[in-house]
Design a protein around this ligand. Structure first.
Ligand SMILES: Nc1nc2c(ncn2[C@@H]2O[C@H](COP(=O)(O)OP(=O)(O)OP(=O)(O)O)[C@@H](O)[C@H]2O)c(=O)[nH]1
Ligand SMILES: [Mg+2]
Length: 341
C-alpha cells in the first residue's frame, strides 16, 4: 500500500520516470503496481481517449504522429499507447513507432508507450486499459490508442476509447470486406489514408455504400454505443439521439494532408457525445469493458491456480486433452463448479 501510494503520488505530480516505472511494473505484474492503480483511480476519468485501428501498415502510426502535433498545437497534452500484437517486446518503444514519433520524444507534453502482446491472461484490453489509466492520472488531456484491427482483442481495445477512428487504405478490395466483418460497427470516424494512391475514391464509395446499407437494412444509424455488441451490448447505453453518422475523411498522413479535417471530425464526434449525454454512456461502456477485463483476469487466474492445485499442471492437463483423454468442456465445467462451491 505504501509503495502503491507513493508511486501514485509521484505519478500525480507528473513525474515521468515514476509513470514509466509504474507502467513497467504493471507489465511485469508486480503486486504493488495494482495498489498504485487503485490509488490513482479517483484521479482518472478526465482524459479524452481516441482509438485508431486498421490493417497492418494502414498508416495508424503516421496518423497518430500527426494527431499528436495537432493536439499539441492546440495546447493539449497527449499520451500515446501503441499496441503491436506482432511485437515480441514489451516495456519499450517499438523501433518503427519510435522513429516515426521521435519528434515528440523530447516534448514533455507527450508521453508515448508501446505495448507488445505477451499473452496476458486478461488480454490486451486489460494491459491497454491500465496504461490509459496511468496516462489519464498523469493529466494527459488526450490519449491516443493505436491498435491493429485484426482480432477480437483489438476490437475490445477500441471499446476503451471515446472516439474510434478506423483507418482504411485504397487498393485492397478485400480490406473493406475485412472491415465489414468486424470493425465497421465500432467506427465513429473513417480515415481513408494513403489517399495519394490509386483507388481512394473507390474505397470512399465502398465505405459509403456499407454505411448506407447498414442504415437501410439495419435501420439504425452508425453509433458506436448502439453497436457495442460483444459483452458490452446494452441497448440502454445508446446515445439518446443516436444520430451520429461516421464521417469519411481522406488523409495523406505522410504529407499531413486531410489531417486537420480528421481532427475536426474527431472533435465533432466529441461535441456530439458531449451534447447528447453520449459521453456519459461512452464512459459507462468504457468502465464496463475495463471492469470485465479485470474480472476476467481474476477469474481465469483463480481458476488456473485451482486447476494446478487439484488437477495437475496446465501443460499436463493440456496434453491429456490433446490426446483426447480428457474433455475440455467437462473439465471447465467441473472447475467452474468447484470455484462456485
Ligand atoms: N503513400 C503513402 N504512404 C503512407 C501514408 N501514410 C503512411 N504511409 C506509409 O505507410 C507505411 C506504414 O505506415 P505506418 O504509419 O507505420 O502504418 P501502421 O498502420 O502504424 O503500421 P503497423 O503499426 O505496422 O500496423 C510507412 O512506410 C508510411 O510511410 C500515406 O498517406 N501515403
Ligand atoms: Mg503502427
Amino acid at each position: 500500500m505504501t509503495t502503491g501510494s507513493s508511486i501514485a503520488d509521484r505519478v500525480l505530480a507528473g513525474e515521468v520516470r515514476a509513470a514509466a516505472r509504474l507502467m513497467r511494473d504493471l507489465d511485469d505484474r508486480q503486486p504493488g503496481a495494482e495498489a498504485a492503480l487503485r490509488a490513482l483511480f479517483p484521479r482518472t476519468g478526465r482524459a479524452y481517449v481516441i482509438g485508431l485501428t486498421g490493417a497492418p501498415g494502414a498508416g495508424k502510426s503516421s496518423l497518430t504522429d500527426r494527431l499528436i502535433a495537432h493536439h499539441r498545437a492546440q495546447g493539449r497534452t497527449v499520451g500515446v499507447v501503441a499496441v503491436d500484437p506482432t511485437s515480441p517486446f514489451t516495456g519499450g518503444a517499438i523501433l518503427g513507432d519510435r522513429i516515426r514519433m521521435q519528434d515528440h520524444a523530447l516534448d514533455p507534453g507527450v508521453f508515448i508507450r508501446s505495448l507488445g502482446t505477451r499473452g496476458h491472461l486478461g488480454g490486451l484490453s486489460r494491459s491497454t486499459a491500465d496504461l490509459v489509466q496511468v496516462l489519464d492520472a498523469m493529466g494527459k488531456d488526450v490519449i491516443l490508442v493505436e491498435t491493429v484491427g485484426v482480432g477480437q482483442d483489438e476490437i475490445e481495445v477500441a471499446n476503451l476509447a471515446h472516439t474510434v477512428v478506423v483507418v482504411a487504405v485504397p487498393g485492397m478490395g478485400d480490406d473493406v470486406q475485412a472491415i465489414k466483418a468486424g470493425v465497421l460497427e465500432i467506427a465513429d470516424v473513417f480515415a481513408v489514408n494513403k489517399a495519394d494512391r490509386e483507388g481512394a475514391d473507390r474505397t470512399v464509395r465502398d465505405l459509403q455504400g456499407m454505411l448506407e446499407l447498414r442504415r437501410t437494412v439495419i435501420g439504425r444509424p452508425g453509433d458506436h454505443d448502439a453497436a457495442h455488441h460483444f459483452e458490452l451490448a446494452d441497448p440502454g447505453l445508446a446515445a439518446p439521439d443516436g444520430t451520429w453518422e461516421p464521417p469519411i475523411v481522406r488523409t495523406v498522413a505522410v504529407r499531413d494532408e486531410g489531417t486537420r479535417e480528421l481532427v475536426a471530425a474527431i472533435d465533432a464526434h466529441r461535441a456530439h457525445l458531449e451534447a447528447g449525454g453520449g459521453r456519459r454512456a461512452r464512459d459507462t461502456a468504457r468502465a464496463r469493458a475495463a471492469f470485465v477485463a479485470v474480472l476476467r483476469e481474476r477469474l481465469v487466474q483463480g481458476a488456473l491456480e485451482r486447476l494446478e492445485a487439484e488437477m495437475g499442471r496446465l501443460d499436463a492437463v493440456a496434453e491429456r486433452i490433446a490426446a483426447r483423454e480428457a474433455d475440455p468442456y467437462a473439465l471447465a465445467d467441473e472447475l467452474a463448479a468447484r470455484l462456485r462451491a
